[in-house]
Ligand binder design. Structure first.
Ligand SMILES: NC(=O)c1ccc[n+]([C@@H]2O[C@H](COP(=O)([O-])OP(=O)(O)OC[C@H]3O[C@@H](n4cnc5c(N)ncnc54)[C@H](OP(=O)(O)O)[C@@H]3O)[C@@H](O)[C@H]2O)c1
Length: 258
């Protein structure tokens, strides 16, 4: 497929890199106004351009990874030269209905919420679309399945998906940082503490995804009666470990809804 990514910033670049590595056989184009910082992507076989219209007529999927206030400018540029296109938008807060109204009935609006782990084939990309575009959306779903998991969700959960999957990356990183800081306090240099903390989180996540079971079942396997793990867990919970995370996620959602 020919994938045309408009907005070569944090997310657009992560998707381009991920596609070049984990989704073979596609032709990827990425655009931004100032291309100097992303020209290196050409070494990965990605076409880099400052022209949003560059070969856009050939694109099977157009991915928007621009800020909300940049959408109208970009659409004004590309709409006169496209029709019958699938436009997958990662733009936060832009509803399918609003996008569909902007792009006209001849194009299909799909909403996606990837995260920057797309670069490593490890994104959780929630996808929503209207029933009329079900078939056209399948290519988008398949593409993002190559970059991790790609659950199809009801659009009304898109804000929640933004918090859980996109902001969630920062929440998980903050856990790793805290674990690293504790690791330093109990005797490791920061590099070793970081490597252990990150790999431990990766291992825990892989076990859950592989075995598809509730985390508490795996926790049971790690917690010996009267052992050090349950003592540490209970101490953390007494200081609000789970509840502070839950409260943080709910606060993020409140913020997004305005
Ligand atoms: N970052 C994430 O983890 C994440 C996750 C999910 C969703 N999102 C959403 O994805 C969108 C992009 O986020 P981001 O963090 O990647 O932002 P970003 O780093 O600021 O990237 C936006 C890019 O768009 C380019 N751009 C601006 N105007 C343009 C135009 N007229 N034509 C072509 N390119 C243009 C900018 O480059 P130039 O100024 O050089 O043109 C910039 O590189 C946002 O709506 C965000 O909410 C982000």
């Amino acid at each position: 497929m020919k994938i045309h990514i408009i907005g070569g910033g944090n997310l657009g670049v992560a998707i381009a890199k991920g596609l070049s590595k984990f989704s073979q056989g596609n032709q990827i184009t990425i655009t931004r106004r100032n291309t100097s910082s992303i020209l290196y992507l050409e070494q990965l076989g990605v076409i880099v351009s400052a022209d949003n219209k560059y070969q856009i007529q050939d694109a099977d999927i157009i991915i928007l990874t621009i800020k909300p206030y940049q959408v109208d400018t970009v659409l004004a540029e590309i709409l006169p030269v496209i029709s019958n296109k699938v436009i997958a938008s990662a733009v936060s807060g832009l509803s399918i209905e609003n996008l569909q109204n902007k792009i006209g009935a001849s194009n299909s609006a799909i909403r996606i919420m990837p995260n920057i782990a797309s670069q490593f084939g490890a994104s959780a990309t929630c996808i929503a679309f209207h029933e009329k575009d079900k078939e056209k959306a399948q290519n988008v779903v398949a593409l993002f399945q190559d970059l991790g998991t790609a659950p199809i969700i009801d659009e009304k959960l898109m804000d929640a998906a933004t918090v859980l999957a996109a902001s969630g990356t920062a929440f998980a990183l903050r856990y790793i940082r805290a674990s690293m800081q504790a690791g330093i306090e109990i005797g490791f240099d920061w590099q070793t503490a970081l490597a252990i903390s990150a790999q431990t989180v990766k291992g825990a996540a892989e076990m859950i995804m592989e075995e598809q079971i509730h985390p508490e079942q795996l926790i049971d396997r790690v917690t010996t009666p009267q052992g050090c793990t349950i003592a540490g867990l209970n101490e953390m919970e007494m200081h609000g470990f789970s509840s502070s995370l839950i409260r943080g996620i709910k606060t993020s959602l409140k913020q997004i809804k305005g």
